[in-house]
Design a protein around this ligand. Structure first.
Ligand SMILES: [Zn+2]
Length: 500
């Protein structure tokens, strides 16, 4: 009975292991969410998922990393209520227009109908800035830089996808206020650097920062900059965005101070929003392979799994004892380690931990015991090249080295894939052709100001391509090029892509 069950599960894993992420991304993603037990979509509120322990552990580690980075850059933590009165919402006109269709409202409490509707925060500008107006009285109160780690609710009407787009998701929002516009612009640049430090250097997710076109800005912002990455199906996924709010909100919420001449000055503001649960989804998809998920070493819930190979009933006790001592040694190094002593076969255990992306597997059989060694297998390598025999006294050094190499390979694969999916096109025909094989395509374009929207709409309607904006850093300017849609002079190179 027991053996039969193992057999069935193994067969299931075998089927799963043949899913090619590039060719059949949707099936790959759904299967991996299930098999690695990352989320459960059976929760009975549409568009909301349950995040299971294996994913929740990584998400917590990601939060810690981001919070450290924000605090290093002078942001202080705050915790705001999730409920926002309707009247706050109505204050900034563009903001209310942009967010209205997505807001969940609380209208009743117990039996009482509330006097004023309360919004479940979709984002916290309207909650925080009324408090900013109380906190900021003089220039001494500036700059003000705060962040909160929380969840937000948005009534998404597009199809939801676990971690990518849910009606409740987990993020960090950072909000700032400065005396000058210059400082606010500097903050936007700092937000981009933080994204580079965390999302690329730590999470190993490559991206490009774009200045979004006029018609695709955050509601109420002067300028929006957002990082885009590519998924295996060549669609872009938006990662953190940072917004130059100018004085739009500070004037609306009366956030200012009296200058030395006794004249009222409004503050200059920015906000920044890394959606941690979505970045987690991106990490799964970018690093995973046909055998399951992979994560950068530091963000794995378990770094090392030890699997005893108890063949032919020989020396079982000796092997078990040896496993326990190796487990102790490695745990003392500070690695999150599991000794898998379950009744399952070694083959089943290999699959089980591979699907979950444990980067290092240690196998211990009689040979290893006799030689005072362990066999180390690396998650991202093919079966034949993945095994190394390492002496116990060398383990500390060796694990550190392999963890580092593992991360380097992860990063290189991610960059190669990302770059391989980018190209350029100089005519509509060329664009149509290349859109089949590439994710981000650079094209000469008339303008990301409001007058370019008609051309953008054409690309969207005809090819489902969105104008993502101009590259923020080292943006190349077109020389004597025409917009590939309207044929007017091209002012910019923009990138277009299909998006989630
Ligand atoms: Zn045009």
């Amino acid at each position: 009975m027991f053996k039969q069950r193992v057999f069935i599960i193994l067969t299931y894993l075998k089927i799963y292991m043949n899913i090619d992420k590039q060719k059949n991304f949707s099936e790959w993603y759904n299967t991996v969410l299930d098999l690695a037990e990352l989320s459960d979509i059976r929760y009975n509120v549409k568009g909301c998922i349950v995040i299971r322990p294996w994913a929740a552990k990584t998400i917590k580690l990601m939060y810690e990393e981001y919070e450290k980075e924000l605090e290093r850059n002078g942001h202080k933590p705050v915790i705001f209520p999730a409920l926002i009165p309707k009247k706050n919402f109505d204050i900034e006109k563009e903001h209310v227009k942009g967010f209205s269709p997505e807001v969940f409202w609380v209208e009743k409490a117990g039996k009482e109908k509330l006097e004023e509707k309360l919004a479940l925060r979709p984002t916290s500008e309207t909650a925080m800035y009324q408090m900013f107006s109380l906190w900021i009285q003089g220039i001494v109160d500036l700059p003000l830089k705060v962040y909160q780690s929380c969840q937000v609710w948005r009534y998404e009407t597009k199809a939801t996808k676990p971690f990518f787009r849910s009606r409740e998701f987990y993020w960090i929002e950072a909000h700032t206020a400065f005396a000058t516009e210059k400082e606010a612009i500097e903050q936007v640049k700092q937000d981009m650097q933080m994204t580079e430090h965390v999302v690329f250097e730590k999470f190993k997710i490559p991206f490009i920062f774009f200045q979004r076109p006029e018609w695709d800005k955050f509601p109420g912002a002067q300028k929006t900059f957002a990082a885009d990455t590519l998924m295996p199906d060549k669609k872009v996924l938006q990662l953190p965005s940072t917004h130059l709010l100018g004085q739009n909100f500070s004037k609306a919420f009366d956030v200012g101070y009296l200058n030395s001449e006794g004249k009222k000055e409004y503050v200059w503001q920015t906000c920044y929003g890394p959606a941690i649960s979505r970045i987690y989804g991106a990490m799964i998809c970018i690093h995973g392979d046909e055998r399951g998920i992979m994560l950068p070493f530091e963000f794995c819930p378990v770094h090392i799994v030890i699997i005893p190979i108890l063949t032919k009933e020989v020396a079982q006790e000796k092997i078990t004892q040896y496993c326990h001592s190796v487990y102790k040694i490695i745990s003392n190094f500070g690695y999150r380690t599991i000794l898998d002593e379950s009744e399952n076969t070694p083959g089943y255990k290999y699959n089980y931990w591979e699907v979950r992306g444990v980067p290092i597997r240690i196998e211990i059989g009689i040979k290893e015991v006799e030689e005072g060694k362990v066999t180390l297998a690396l998650r991202d390598k093919k079966e034949k090249e993945q095994k190394l025999l390492v002496a116990v006294e060398d383990l500390s050094q060796r694990i550190r080295f392999e963890a580092n190499e593992f991360n380097k390979r992860l990063e290189k694969r991610a960059i190669d894939t990302f770059q391989g999916l980018q190209t350029s096109a100089y005519s509509i025909e060329e664009l149509e052709q290349k859109a089949k094989d590439f994710g981000l395509i650079k094209i000469p374009f008339c303008s990301i100001e409001a007058n370019g929207e008609t051309c953008a709409k054409f690309l969207k309607d005809k090819y489902s391509l969105d104008v993502r904006g101009i590259k923020y850093l080292d943006a190349e300017k077109p020389i004597e090029r025409k917009c590939i849609v309207c044929k007017k002079e091209a002012k910019e190179f923009v990138y277009v892509a299909k998006q989630y």
